[in-house]
Design a protein around this ligand. Structure first.
Ligand code: LLP
Length: 417
């Protein structure tokens, strides 16, 4: 799927400048429909893991499609409320319990306690409440070690062998545990996800009040041709059958929740950049494309060795191609866009049409964890704007480019400095 025509790319570059993130409303809605079709036996809630792309316009597109939201910090929950999302549609699962959790709770959000201490705090503040708990089911899987959040090496959720402690904490405060939540990693192996989901389903037997099982996100998408995405129908069918089996055996009809981030947005966005220089290290060396973007807008290659498709739009159309190493604009050799898979430091040239400084470059797969997870303001580059291409192909600016004034606005010069 080509997200952006060269005509529209040129128009947005002229009107908004580069670098700029560009998202497609049609693509976002298509992904929402696919997630809403996740196989389920007794009802489904799809939560958008908003950490992937928290811009208000995106949240509102998904809310209109009927999606709910997963927030990963108190700030994120407030951000969603500020964007007009009904608090009842927001669920919080967080590593850092917000100090103002009571205000969020009173506003109407629901919470999954992600540690025994969080559960105790909730219980002391709201005795008798209905709560969820995030469990670490003992298995984890991620596209890289950095995105695996299950198993004995992960600090996320309450270890599955501490059921007794969970039940005791709940009893002490009269808490009713109505939801179990698990999320084992991003880009997870579908088979491990299935196994962890089965383990999670089995764990519900210890919690008689549980009516909802949230199986998290982590569904793979293929950003480049060599990657394989997870088919939600294929992965969901066995789980649907397991929910049905549980109902036959115990009479319990559990509601299913999933909370994808990547699946919903990754391939709905591109990063539009300009080639600002072309250099080389001699006849036996490398040819470099230097972009006006890099780890400031796209951290995933430097962090994970992530692969993003790169294409160029030469002003003078040409048949000639060259192997280019594509690099970012930060003063670090680690600001490498064309790295080898899983190897952030290994240069992996891409064969691209021959280009010159001033030509445009499109980096795909930039909807998830790009704008949301930037190394913002490094080298004092301003935060890039975001553009939403509406269903009728009209581009709408949904975030302005930051100014120098905004970059430094919170600095304070003590007297005499
Ligand atoms: N639910 C919870 C509790 C999570 O922690 C996450 C992601 C998700 C859902 C959504 O996972 P997804 O469907 O997007 O894989 N920054 C990384 C991924 C780490 C995300 C952490 N949590 C990336 O760039 O791929």
């Amino acid at each position: 799927m080509r997200l952006l025509s060269s005509h529209l790319a040129r128009r947005i570059a002229a009107e908004t400048g580069t670098p700029a993130y560009v998202y497609s409303q049609n693509a976002l809605e298509t992904q929402a429909d696919a997630a809403l079709a996740f196989p389920n036996a007794f009802g489904l809630t799809v939560r958008f893991a908003m950490k992937a792309l928290p811009n208000a316009a995106i949240l509102r597109i998904f809310a209109r499609k009927g999606l709910h939201f997963d927030a990963s910090s108190g700030h994120e929950a407030w951000r969603a409320i500020r964007a007009g999302i009904a608090p009842q549609k927001i669920s919080l699962s967080t590593q850092e319990f917000p100090s103002d959790f009571a205000a969020l709770w009173r506003a109407g959000i629901t919470i999954n306690a992600c540690s025994l201490a969080q559960l105790d705090t909730l219980g002391r503040t709201f005795p008798g409440a209905n709560v969820g708990v995030r469990l670490n089911p003992g298995r984890g899987s991620g596209g890289t070690g950095k995105t695996n959040v299950g198993g004995p090496d992960a600090s996320f959720g309450i270890w599955h062998e501490y059921i007794g402690e969970i039940l005791e904490t709940a009893r002490r405060h009269g808490l009713k545990i109505i939801r179990i939540h698990t999320h084992i990693g991003s880009g997870s192996d579908p088979l491990v996800w299935l196994e962890a989901s089965r383990l999670s389903l089995a764990l519900t037997q210890h919690f008689p009040d549980v009516t909802i099982l949230n199986l998290g996100g982590g569904y793979k998408v293929a950003r480049v041709a060599s990657e394989k995405g997870t088919d939600l129908q294929t992965i969901g069918m066995p789980i649907k059958a397991a929910f049905e089996k549980l109902a036959v055996e115990t009479g319990r009809k559990l509601h299913l929740e999933i909370e994808p981030g990547t699946f919903l947005v990754a391939n709905c966005g591109v990063l539009l950049a300009r080639i600002q220089d072309v250099t080389d290290t001699g006849p036996a060396g490398r040819r470099f494309l230097k972009l006006d973007t890099g780890m400031t807008e796209l951290l995933r290659p430097s962090l994970y060795g992530a692969q993003h498709p790169i294409s160029v739009l030469p002003a003078n159309a040409t048949e000639r191609t060259t192997d280019y190493v594509v690099v970012g604009h930060c003063c670090e050799s680690g600001d490498l866009v064309s790295c080898a898979p899983g190897e952030p430091e290994t240069l992996a040239p891409r064969q691209l049409a021959e280009v010159q400084a001033g030509d445009l470059c499109l980096i795909g797969g930039a909807g998830a964890y790009c704008s949301a997870m930037s190394s913002k303001n490094y080298n004092s580059f301003p935060e890039a704007p975001e553009v939403l291409v509406g269903a009728d192909d009209t581009p709408h600016l949904i975030r302005r480019r930051q100014t120098l004034e905004q970059i430094v606005q919170n600095e304070i010069l003590p007297e005499g400095y």
